[in-house]
Design a protein around this ligand. Structure first.
Ligand code: CA
Length: 254
């Protein structure tokens, strides 16, 4: 274990920790989380905290085992440490997404791994949590990434020549199909449903990430950049506009 990989935990021992009901995924199984962390103490704390909140937890200590586990089991979320011996967390994430595995991923990063966090989001991570963290926050974030949106109404949203099918989750611009990750889809759906209206960062965090707190990161901006690459970079007119100091707006004219 290196210094940057060390965790300081603020363990919570209140009664509330052990009183939560079991969580179920959409297909009525236990919510199952894969925890990938080589540091035994950390893995054990995280596992216990998630189990106490009703999640079923599998833990792996290296990337290869994690990929095998993810290939064989449909997890509802993966908590993935970046710093692992051998194949690191980013490599695991890249491999998962290349295999079209869309399981939500929460990256754990050591202090200072800013480039790795951004790279992780670009690779398709849903969120990241810098160490040290509080277990309660980790549990809240795992809940947030596993939470499914309500039943979608079968409609196609449209802004200019950009369309989004809310059933198939397929996006098209000018007839060109655009591939979206699950989180990018939620972001685009929210922006399209709010077309012509200003969407502040906090509002986006609430609606797209289910956060009711500001994580103090540039998560929204990173995702908006990714989305812009996909829906605007090769097309005219530009639809996704930045409102300085305010947030973002999706609209046909600037
Ligand atoms: Ca580690």
């Amino acid at each position: 274990m290196t210094i940057t990989d060390r965790l300081v935990f603020y363990t919570k021992t209140g009664a509330g920790f052990f009183s939560s009901p079991a969580l179920f995924s959409v297909n009525n199984n236990f919510m199952r989380v894969l925890v990938v962390e080589d540091e035994k103490k950390t893995a054990s704390f995280v596992r216990k905290a998630l189990q106490a909140e009703g999640f079923a937890v599998d833990a792996m200590s290296n990337g290869e085992d994690a990929l095998l586990a993810a290939a064989g089991t449909p997890f509802d979320a993966i908590v993935l440490d970046i710093m692992l011996p051998g194949r690191d967390g980013l490599s695991v994430l890249r491999q998962l997404r290349e295999r079209k595995n869309t399981t939500p991923v929460l990256l754990l990063s050591a202090r200072g791994e800013v480039n790795e966090r951004v790279e992780g989001l670009n690779l398709g991570a849903d969120d990241y949590l810098p160490k040290p963290f509080e277990l309660a926050e980790l549990v809240a974030r795992v809940r947030a990434i596993t939470r499914r949106g309500g039943e979608s109404k079968p409609i196609v949203l449209r802004v200019a020549d950009l369309t989004l099918d809310t059933v198939t989750h397929k996006a098209q611009r000018g007839g060109t199909e655009i591939e979206l990750t699950a989180r990018e889809y939620r972001l685009l759906e929210f922006l399209m449903r709010s077309a012509d209206r200003l969407c502040g960062r906090m509002m986006i965090l609430e609606k797209v990430w289910d956060y009711d707190f500001d994580p103090g990161t540039n998560l929204v901006d990173v995702y908006v950049r990714r989305l812009r690459e996909k829906i605007d970079a090769n097309f005219e007119p530009k639809l996704l506009h930045t409102v300085r100091g305010g947030g973002y707006v999706l609209k046909e004219t600037s």
